[in-house]
Design a protein around this ligand. Sequence first.
Ligand SMILES: Cc1cc2nc3c(=O)[nH]c(=O)nc-3n(C[C@H](O)[C@H](O)[C@H](O)COP(=O)(O)OP(=O)(O)OC[C@H]3O[C@@H](n4cnc5c(N)ncnc54)[C@H](O)[C@@H]3O)c2cc1C
Length: 520
Amino acid sequence: MDERCDVVIVGSRLAGATAAAHLARAGRRVVVLDRSHFPSNQLSTHLLFPSGVHELQRMGALDGILASDPVKSPWLSLQIGDSELNERWRPSGPIDYCMCVPRTIQDIELVRAARAAGAEVRERHRFLGVLWRGGRACGVRYAGPDGTERSIYANLVVGADGRRSSVAAEVGSFRPYRSSRNGRGLVFRYGQDPLVGTRAGETIYQFWEGDSLGFLFPSAPRGKALMLFMGAAEEASLAKSDPEGYWADKMARHPRMAARAEGMTDLTPLASTGATSAYFRASSGPGWVLLGDAGHFKDPVIGQGQRDAMWSGRVLAETTAPLLDDAAELDRALRQWEQRRDRECLPSYHFGNIETRVEPVAPVFAELVRRSPSHPTPDLGDLFGRARSMPQVLSLPRMTAGLVSAIARTRAERPESLSLKHTVRDLKVHLGVRGELLSRRFRSHVLVSGSEHPHAEPPTYRAAAARPGGRTRTTRDERPATPPDPAGNGGADVPKTAPATQHKPSPAPRRGAASEEVPA
Ligand SMILES: Cc1cc2nc3c(=O)[nH]c(=O)nc-3n(C[C@H](O)[C@H](O)[C@H](O)COP(=O)(O)OP(=O)(O)OC[C@H]3O[C@@H](n4cnc5c(N)ncnc54)[C@H](O)[C@@H]3O)c2cc1C
């Protein structure tokens, strides 16, 4: 028999479980479908800054995660050339530390927290298609663990199903309206950290050596640490063909990281990826919304995806819980939620685009690190901790002072990356981000000069096969790009009564999952 609930969510990790927990606490009946069986892994380096840990606490998963005894890291060490910045992280609410908890440990606690809040989370349940009524999403079809197909009707359909979102494909929004190709790839492994229990063992490290980036994060359970290199994206295939040769070469190029990592034991095999293009998809429409990576992804070089997925899930719940019974009001709120998400995420999107370029650190930033005070008061770390946005941390007067000071150095002392071209381009990005935020354009195709890199590769679409067992087939999405917002302007201009009909559901994918119109 078909069922009904207030909200059906596809995907039960950062975005989906967080939205589910907050909606259920607000008294809504929420059903979450996930094809995974938890504990379950996910390709990620899973660093969370204090604002992300704070989101875990708000949604109710933090206590469960702390029971696995992760290292809490209240310190940041940023090392560029011979300069070193050491800061504490600025607290977010009561949280003043970072965590880096493997997804096998973390995500099952998200599921538990969503259940404890009253949401019904169904594992091994595969989304098959969106149900439509009068052009409005009104539920989903799914296959249970035994392959039986069922339907569930809801006032709101939430796609929180990650970068290869089938829900995005079903609502015709898979192809991003804006994207940027990643320059860097990721290669990482874990080891057993001999410095556990010391201050170094509770510090998040970032090492710049020329154009190559190295990171070291204390992890979980206590004693484990994650070591990560982010060089050019092509390095991911080198790491696959000769893992230990690649690792030895990178360590030789990163002597300070090698010194920190000395004595690590129990090294795990390398994991890697070179495909992390950033994007924005149109993320709301009549009766549907795309949360977390399903709607927006930014380069992992700045480690913000998990926090933003939880933030957007919480804000969605706060915005929509009281409006779920009024379709027009709900659609208006969904659109406003998307506008708010964009304002929250755009500065980091552009910051990620700057950091993913395979070139030495921005010269002005290197200078700011060089000039940083020796006391550990939180400051530049706010760029990652999100206590302040990029335009707030890198204010124009501060950047100008950094530039003047870099130029004033003797030729021998100047940052190797200090070139007029590099500096002018960075300045343009910073001005462009400010301009974009001020303009309040919505779903804008106007690119910020110097930020977006062309030829981004969006994730491939894997249609859910509508047959028992729900096996997947891989197909490349061939739909036309989602059109820009016809009004092309910002949140302030949304008409009060407008149902968000600008975005029509597209025809069913060529194979696999199929949209279905149900009688009124
Ligand atoms: C290599 C890499 C490193 C990263 N490092 C960091 C980092 O250090 N810090 C950070 O904050 N972020 C990092 N990120 C980003 C972060 O991993 C994501 O932003 C985050 O996982 C997004 O969460 P989500 O809930 O939106 O989606 P996901 O975590 O992708 O979860 C989607 C869920 O949907 C389910 N699902 C998918 N399709 C279906 C279907 N058809 N039916 C049912 N269920 C379905 C999946 O099983 C999955 O459980 C990294 C990303 C990558 C790729």
